[in-house]
Ligand binder design. Structure first.
Ligand SMILES: [Ca+2]
Ligand SMILES: [Ca+2]
Ligand SMILES: [Ca+2]
Length: 334
């Protein structure tokens, strides 16, 4: 009896010790690194590991044994914990390109070949709070480096320390599928294009309202910088009164607006923030197709859409009156 009891204790101890060892190795700090042998983060990663810090200067070398020195990409993911409350600079010094999401929002997008260069996201963080972070990186040829640094309140510029990082598998937000939106989704589909000609594949998102003042900044979409982009918003607008509806655009730079296929505004020119308007009769309870096209050349960028019903004060068209819908390029009567 006694013998078997002792045995049981030993077994328990072994189990317990074994468990605590496992638990300890599980509590890693750093970010999960998924390494791909291509520049597009395509397919299953060829290597997964936890990197204690993102502070790499691989020079002409490879990021791991058996890995190519050129034409690879990495996705680091996990959480970053703020050491204080206030404005931080998250600094990504990379050769070549980088893009970063913080809590699902794209905060850096510099997906180009380049010598080591800093891309900076200025964010406000709260002391002790953990933020989901995804850093995507690619190396084409030549030197390769990837560093994640920060500076902020009582934080000198330095690589983000390992103990502020927790590895976690995270994927970037999926591309929007407009056909699979919940029926009660409000707002318009924003199609964001690089350049000013609606060419190529746009990045999509639902914009509850068109009430943007991006200033000298970018619209926060994958692939777009602060200049030289265009947007097509499409959906339907519901009238809750019968009568004259005046639609007002306020944009920097160009704009076109159609409601129910009627062109109300057509000012496709470079301009500082300027208001234009057009009128149309709508019937209470009915929905009408709405398309607004916009482009930003350079400098400041502003895009707003208001309405005024029956001579009342103009206001931003609220999300409640808008529903997202794909409307093709046809029938807009340019
Ligand atoms: Ca390079
Ligand atoms: Ca402008
Ligand atoms: Ca601009």
């Amino acid at each position: 009896m006694r013998h078997s009891f002792a045995k049981r204790i030993t077994l328990l101890l072994v189990l317990f010790t074994g468990f605590s060892v496992v638990a300890q190795t599980d509590v890693k700090t750093g970010l999960l690194g998924q390494y791909f042998k291509n520049m597009t983060l395509t397919g299953p990663p060829a290597l997964k590991r936890v990197d204690a810090q993102i502070n790499f200067d691989w020079g002409e070398g490879a990021p791991a044994e058996g890995f190519p020195a050129d034409q690879f990409s990495v996705r680091w993911s996990g959480q970053v914990q703020a050491p204080a409350t206030g404005k931080f600079k998250l600094i990504f010094e990379t050769d070549d390109g980088v893009r970063v999401w913080l809590n699902g929002k794209l905060v850096v997008e510099d997906w180009t070949d380049r010598a080591p260069t800093e891309s900076i996201a200025e964010v406000v963080l709260e002391d002790g709070k953990r933020y989901d972070i995804i850093i995507e990186y690619f190396e084409n040829g030549g030197g390769a480096s990837a560093k994640f640094l920060w500076s902020g309140p009582s934080t000198l510029k330095q690589p983000v320390p390992s103990f502020r990082l927790t590895p976690k598998e995270l994927a970037p937000p999926p591309e929007l599928d407009v056909t699979k939106l919940p029926a009660d989704t409000r707002g318009l589909v924003g199609h964001y294009f690089k350049g000013r000609n609606f060419a190529g594949k746009p990045a999509l998102r639902i914009d509850p309202e068109i009430a943007f003042d991006w200033g000298m900044g970018d619209p926060g979409m994958r692939g777009l910088g602060p200049d030289d982009f265009c947007v097509r918003w499409t959906g339907q607008v519901k009238a809750d009164k019968t009568g004259t509806h005046t639609f007002f655009t306020e944009t920097d730079d160009g704009v076109r607006l159609w409601v129910n296929g009627t062109k109300l505004v057509d000012q496709w020119v470079d301009q500082g923030t300027t208001e234009f308007k057009g009128e149309i009769n709508l019937e209470a309870g009915k929905t009408y197709d709405l398309v607004m096209e916009y482009y930003e050349n350079n400098g400041d960028a502003v895009a707003k859409l208001f309405w005024s019903v029956g001579g009342a004060e103009k206001k931003i068209i609220p999300a409640a009156a808008l529903s997202p819908r794909e409307i093709g390029d046809k029938g807009q009567k340019r």
